[in-house]
Design a protein around this ligand. Structure first.
Ligand code: 1HA
Length: 351
């Protein structure tokens, strides 16, 4: 439930140690694909975490989808249907990645005007969520195990940091399903030199020799230009993820007693977490040791150029926030309330 007591159906919203929030997309039967309702719930949860002054960092993740693994496909079949070849070294079941951060928009609900679930019109409301995460004055960390593809890939990219399990697989499936995200999705591709979509689509039409040439051409442009999907270590090299964690294990079930103990000694609780979560929490703790205001201003400054006037507004808003806390700022307001001229002469005009 959120603070208004509304039951979430598509996400899980949890608090850890009163300072971190986990926001988890929970549609495992669809590899955590989002529908309009999912996005509405995510926006509500992110808003709640923003408003809660005890929360310093938000961890954004996807529910473990392992139980919806389905039958295994052999590598040849995967190739023929265009499914990606994951990092097989790290997954116990051979050639299939059973987990997902998010597989993008739910294609079964896509109509001519966007994605529709309970309404008789479509929405592209994930675009609002992307903006919301960018403007949120607290760090948002994407914790990625398995697939982060299509709109799910973009969601991890708009987060401030990404901690990935070594079975993570990244890529933009959009053109393959007749979609495109030319907004924030493109931003990091340009930054990291990821050339993905066109090759992904064209590759199917090319002969074997041409395919080789295509790949060579890509690598000639830049070692970072990637066609098709890429795994966690490649994503790390491209600067798309901050670190890769060796194993994506499920979080061990914990009892109420352990949970209570964790409130007194968090070490006990950390022991209950999977490696991926442990590493993510470690990063969160490092962030939490820093000045929240410095983190806030740095986030808005980092995003300001790419976000244009909206980015500048965010940064300027931080300046206003800080100025309101000064004696000089306060003098103007006090003078107005006291109906006297303000005395700004006493304040230094610094070089
Ligand atoms: O581009 C945009 C937007 C652009 C602008 C504005 C708004 C946008 C909003 C959204 C998007 C997009 O996200 S477009 C890209 C949509 N996503 C995809 O193209 C990914 C589709 N999924 C896959 O390629 C694969 O499922 C997978 C690589 C993630 C996983 O493969 P795997 O492990 O073989 O699982 P699979 O059997 O394919 O999937 C398990 C179940 O989940 C299947 O259902 P089932 O047959 O068991 O009933 C599958 O249909 C379902 N599923 C997975 N992803 C989606 C999905 N169902 C609907 N939509 C999905 N995205």
């Amino acid at each position: 439930c959120d603070d208004l007591g509304i039951q979430f159906t598509d996400i899980i919203y949890e608090n850890l140690w009163f300072t971190l929030n986990f926001i988890t997309i929970s549609r495992p039967e669809r590899r955590n694909a989002f529908r309009p309702q999912t996005v509405k719930e995510l926006m509500r949860a992110f808003n709640d975490a923003r408003d809660d002054s005890t929360i310093g960092v938000i961890i954004f993740t996807g529910k473990d989808t392992t139980e919806y693994g389905g039958p295994l496909l052999n590598t040849e079949v995967q190739h023929s249907v265009g499914v990606i070849q994951p990092n097989t070294k790290s997954v116990s079941d051979g050639c299939r990645v059973p987990q997902a951060f998010c597989s993008g928009g739910d294609q079964a609900l896509r109509g001519k005007d966007g994605y529709a679930d309970y309404d008789n019109f479509g929405r592209l409301n994930v675009l609002d969520l992307q903006v919301q995460i960018r403007r949120l004055p607290k760090p948002v960390i994407a914790m990625v195990a398995g697939y982060a593809v299509g709109g799910g890939h973009v969601l991890h990219m708009v987060c401030d940091l990404t901690i990935a399990a070594d079975n993570a697989v990244f890529g933009q499936t959009c053109p393959k399903v007749g979609s495109l995200d030319a907004g924030y999705g493109r931003l990091w591709f340009v930054r990291c030199g990821v050339w993905n979509n066109v090759a992904h689509v064209d590759d199917h039409k090319l002969s074997k020799a041409d395919k080789g040439e295509n790949i060579k051409r890509n690598s000639k442009h830049s070692p970072y230009k990637k066609a098709r999907f890429y795994d966690a270590s490649e994503a790390e090299k491209m600067g798309l993820v901050n670190t890769v964690v060796p194993k994506a294990l499920k979080r061990a079930p914990y009892t109420l007693l352990q949970w209570k103990l964790s409130l007194t000694g968090d070490f006990l609780f950390v022991k209950q977490l999977a490696k991926l979560e442990q590493e993510t929490v470690k990063w969160c703790r490092e962030i939490m040791r820093n000045s929240p205001t410095a983190i806030r201003v740095i986030k808005s400054a980092l995003n300001a150029v790419d976000d244009g006037h909206a980015g500048l507004q965010e940064l300027a808003g931080d300046a206003t926030l800080l100025f309101y806390g000064t004696e000089e700022g306060n003098e103007g307001k006090t003078a107005y309330i006291q109906q006297r001229p303000p005395n700004f002469a006493k304040f230094p005009r610094r070089p």
